[in-house]
Each structure stands twice: as C-alpha cells, then as structure tokens.
Write a protein of this length. Structure first.
Length: 82
C-alpha cells in the first residue's frame, strides 16, 4: 500500500509583496496554492491551507515551495498549526 494522504490544515504567515493583487493571486493559484485562502489582518498577510500530504511537514514544505515558486520575493516567516 502507498502512503495515506491526509488533509492538513495550517496557516503560513508571509512577508513581502501583497499576495492579494490579481497577478500574485493568479500566480499562487497556478503554482498549486488553489487549496489556500489568502488574507491579511492588521497588515499581516497569510495563506490558510487545507493541503493533502502524507505528513504535516510535507504539507508545509510543499506549500512553502509553491509560494516561493509563485512569488519569489515572498518569505514564509511563521507556520500556525490548526
């Protein structure tokens, strides 16, 4: 049997360019972040994910890589597990 895929729920706090511009939101969607919801509160921007992966660490790693691929200037500064 292969690895079981579980849906992992977490939020990545992201610094850098505005992720909610049409261009960046489209790039994130195209890069595989279609399982994420972009938002910001008090100037802190985040993407909340429901990502399928064998482990939480793999889910976070793949989401971080997708963000960097879409918006190279963006930096994930914190992971909030739900």
């Amino acid at each position: 049997m292969g690895h079981q895929t579980t849906i992992h729920r977490f939020t990545l706090i992201v610094e850098g360019p505005d992720l909610q511009t049409d261009a960046n939101a489209d790039a994130l969607f195209e890069a595989g972040c279609d399982d994420g919801t972009i938002g910001s509160v008090d100037g802190v921007q985040f993407i909340g994910f429901d990502r399928g992966a064998p482990s939480m660490s793999e889910a976070v790693r793949s989401a971080t890589a997708d963000i960097k691929a879409a918006v190279p200037e963006a930096s994930v500064v914190r992971v909030v597990l739900e």
